[in-house]
Every structure is written in structure tokens, then in C-alpha cells.
Ligand binder design. Structure first.
Ligand SMILES: [Zn+2]
Length: 474
């Protein structure tokens, strides 16, 4: 791989909030090799970045990919042809949005394989970290990717099995009992795996944090998710924030999911369904996002639920503000796969909500999507800023994101693990995806495999034939 040099840019390294004007970034073999006042070398590709802002690639640290287990869970009566899934197209949504690192918050076999194929350079996608299936209690939520240990011994055995299968971290969910929680934490520590996720309601925030839960899945977990006391209490949130800060625990922001629920409850389902990014969503999945779908209707059927969803967003934004003021380590996450939270695109909504509703500065919001995202993965030496020796993951913008956070949407180019895609490269791919979905809408809505077009194939995309079966390890 020959090098590329990006010249004359405004570089926002994210090591601090300074912008270095007329600065270049050189990348070689997938790494950043030089930053400063540069000139092009012979044989090197040159990208002129005059009037452009170069920053590290963005991260979404709370994603659930729409892999086979989720699709099956949402379509219990259908036979899903694996050939009707297109993981390459799904992963490209992140790249097109400048997102070069994602964390899968409840893994399964397909996510593990996607992670490995991306890492081996066999597939184009963001750097992926995959949490284990969610450790929950009885009965578990009727969704994909949940496990329910019957007691502490089985919980430990399940942690060992997740470690053998290659999961990066352990994901905890709300219904896990205190005995099982303690067992999961203990066994994970033994195996060198960190634990992340919801605060189980039987455990409570103090015990969870003091035991070593490394990150909390949602700001709203502080006062809401299946917790006995749903009310917002400023003093209690402040106390939790101080506890979280003193233990160095991270919190995923995920404001956008709560914002969308609020909007659906307020009657905005039509507007959400009409967003342009819906064109890139797999038609089978789009069915669930339509205002007339059972899922959408359920959210607006009960007048009391509507009020709750409105209050939930207001309280979540307030809690994020308290956490940020207290100096908590916030990491940007969206909870994509949840209805209306679209992979890739929703991160820009999240960043905007952090600034507009949770009072973060533009820089603080970007820290949550770069520096802190790398830190929660334990990868600060390799990712999260522009510096010599770090992975060449960059996003090139047409406007300064520190003066207006919505400039993160004005993407002129993306570099992922050293591979550069210009805005034109991205557009041609996104247009091909949009056309393929619209031309095969009926088949895909039914998860029947259509013929995979040469246009997409020639752009490097493949049709998947992956299944979710695990290889049994002995
Ligand atoms: Zn989630």
C-alpha cells in the first residue's frame, strides 16, 4: 500500500481543542506516519484539504447490528434467506457517515465473524468490538442475543464460554440477579474480560460500580431502566454522578433513542419515516419503522406511556448534563437497531443532542466520540486522535465541527484503516445501495434473496450467505 498525504488542512487532532491550520497528515500502510507542515513525496497520492477540517474517525460505542438473530426475532413467522442480508451494505452506512469504530453491545456469531473479517482486511467496515450476548435474568426479554444463567455456577460457565468464543467484553442486562452479577464480575476478572452494560435493578448502581462494572449502557439507566424508582431526583443523580466519576466508569450517552421515542409519542412517526436516510435501510427492516407498523403503534397506543416517553427524554438530557458537569467519562452511542435509530446516520443526531440538549460543548461531544471511545476500549495508544503511530482512521469535513456540531455531517472524505474514500467514492456506493433496495423492494421486504447486481459487486460489495450457527468448541 503506497502512502497518501492530506495537505493544507485544518487539523483537529482531538488531543486538545486546537485547530492547526495549513497542516498535513501523511498515512502509510494503514498508520499515521507524519503530522505537520508537509509536502508531497514522489509517487505518493495527494489530497488537497484546503478549506477542509481533518479529524479522527468518529465512533459509535452502542450499536446492535441488524444481523440474522435480530431479523429472526423481529420476523418470527418468516423464513429468512441468508442471501437476502447484505452486511457489507450495512457496514458501509457507518463508513459513509465517518464512523470508523463501533462497539456491538450484544454480540452473536455473525458479529464476531464480521469483526474478524474486517480486522483481516477481507471486508470493508469500521473497526468492531463485540460484547457478549446480554446476561439477563428470568424471563429474559424475548429478543435475540440474550442469555439467562440459572445460578452463579452456570453464570461463570457462560462467561468462560463467551471467552472461548472470542467476545471482547461481557454485556450485562437489567434482569440479572445479584448472585449471578457477582459471579459474572468475578469470573470475568479471572479471565481478563471487562463488564459493561445496564445496572441490574436487583444490584443497584452503587454495588455495580463498586464491584467493577466498567461502563453503563445508557444515561437513562441512572434513574429509569427497569429500576424500581422511575422519578428524576437531581440530588440522587448528582450522588450517582460523583460515584461514577470517583470509580472512573464510562457512560454511553444514547440520547437519540430516547429522543426518537419522545418524537414518536408526540406524533412524529411520519416525519421520522420520511427522513432521507431511510432509503439506505434494508426494506425488510423498514417495514418495522413505518408509522403503521405494530411496533410504532404500540408506542403511541397508551396515553400514559406517551407522557412517560416525553418525561424520559427530558430527564435523560438533564442527567447527561449533570454527568458532564461532574466530569464523567461520556462515550457517544446511539443504540442503533432500535426502531428509527438508523445505523451510521444517528450518531450525528446524537452529537447534536449532546450539544443542544445536554449542554456539552462541541469539543466535549467530539471527545465522547473519539478520545473516550478509544479509552473505553483500552485502545488509546492506537485510536481516538490524530497522532503519529495511530491507526489511519480520519474524517474530512467541509466545515469546522467546533463552531457548529452539525458540520460532522458535511463529510468530504473518510479514511478507514488507511483506505481513503472521497466524497464521490462514497456517493457512488450509497446511490448504488439506494437503487438496489428500491428496485428489489418487494423481495427484500419479504427476505427473499434477489439477484445481486454487478454494479454493487464491482464496487466491492458482496451478498452474504452467513448463518448464525456457532462452531461448537470442545
Ligand atoms: Zn443497547
Amino acid at each position: 500500500m503506497s502512502g497518501i498525504v492530506f495537505l493544507n488542512g485544518n487539523v483537529l487532532s482531538m488531543e486538545n481543542d486546537e485547530i492547526l491550520s495549513s497542516t498535513g497528515v501523511r498515512i502509510e500502510k494503514g498508520w499515521i506516519s507524519e503530522v505537520g507542515s508537509l509536502t508531497a513525496s514522489e509517487g505518493e497520492a495527494v489530497v488537497d484539504c484546503t478549506n477542509r477540517w481533518i479529524m479522527p474517525g468518529l465512533s459509535d460505542m452502542h450499536v446492535h447490528l441488524a444481523t440474522m438473530p435480530w431479523i429472526e426475532a423481529f420476523n418470527p413467522d418468516k423464513t429468512i434467506d441468508p442471501g437476502s442480508l447484505f452486511y457489507d451494505l450495512l457496514l458501509f452506512q457507518f463508513i459513509a457517515n465517518g464512523i470508523t469504530s463501533i462497539k456491538i453491545r450484544a454480540g452473536e456469531g455473525d458479529s464476531l465473524r464480521l469483526r474478524d473479517e474486517i480486522a483481516a482486511g477481507q471486508r470493508l467496515g469500521p473497526h468492531m468490538t463485540v460484547d457478549s450476548p446480554m446476561f439477563d435474568g428470568e424471563p429474559p426479554l424475548q429478543l435475540a442475543c440474550f442469555v439467562s444463567p440459572e445460578g452463579p455456577d452456570q453464570a461463570k460457565e457462560m462467561v468462560r464460554s463467551c471467552s472461548r468464543e472470542g467476545y471482547d467484553q461481557i454485556k450485562i442486562y437489567s434482569g440479572l440477579s445479584r448472585d449471578c452479577f457477582d459471579a459474572v464480575i468475578e469470573e470475568s476478572r479471572e479471565l481478563g474480560l471487562s463488564c459493561h452494560g445496564h445496572v441490574p435493578y436487583e444490584v443497584g448502581l452503587r454495588h455495580a460500580v463498586e464491584s467493577g462494572l466498567r461502563s453503563i449502557g445508557h444515561v437513562s439507566d441512572l434513574f429509569h431502566h427497569r429500576m424500581p424508582d422511575l422519578s428524576y431526583d437531581e440530588d440522587r443523580i448528582q450522588e450517582f454522578a460523583d460515584l461514577i466519576v470517583s470509580h472512573g466508569v464510562w457512560v454511553d450517552t444514547t440520547l437519540v433513542i430516547n429522543k426518537h421515542w419522545e418524537r414518536i409519542a408526540a406524533g412524529d412517526a411520519e416525519l421520522l419515516a420520511a427522513r432521507p436516510e431511510m432509503a439506505y435501510v434494508h426494506p425488510g427492516w423498514r417495514v418495522h419503522l413505518a408509522p403503521e407498523s405494530a411496533l410504532m403503534k404500540a408506542m403511541t397506543a397508551d396515553p400514559e406511556a406517551k407522557v412517560r416517553l416525553r418525561d424520559l427524554y427530558r430527564d435523560t438530557a438533564k442527567a447527561a448534563r449533570v454527568l458532564n458537569r461532574a466530569g464523567a467519562r461520556l462515550v457517544a452511542g446511539t443504540d442503533a437497531v432500535n426502531p428509527t435509530v438508523i445505523e451510521g446516520f444517528s450518531l450525528h443526531d446524537e452529537l447534536q443532542l449532546l450539544v443542544e440538549d445536554a449542554g456539552l460543548s462541541e469539543y466535549e461531544a467530539l471527545v465522547a466520540s473519539t478520545q473516550q471511545a478509544a479509552a473505553v476500549l483500552g485502545e488509546s495508544d492506537r485510536r481516538g486522535s490524530i497522532a503519529v503511530g495511530k491507526v489511519a482512521d480520519l474524517v474530512i469535513l467541509a466545515g469546522n465541527p467546533l463552531s457548529d456540531i452539525t458540520n460532522t455531517r458535511r463529510i468530504e472524505g473518510v479514511v478507514v484503516a488507511g483506505r481513503y474514500l472521497s466524497r464521490a467514492d462514497i456517493e457512488v456506493r450509497m446511490n448504488a445501495i439506494e437503487n438496489f433496495y428500491s428496485e428489489n423492494f418487494e423481495d427484500l421486504a419479504d427476505y427473499t434473496a434477489p439477484e445481486f447486481p454487478e454494479t454493487l459487486r464491482s464496487l466491492g460489495f458482496r451478498q452474504d450467505s452467513m448463518t448464525t450457527e456457532f462452531e461448537e468448541d470442545s
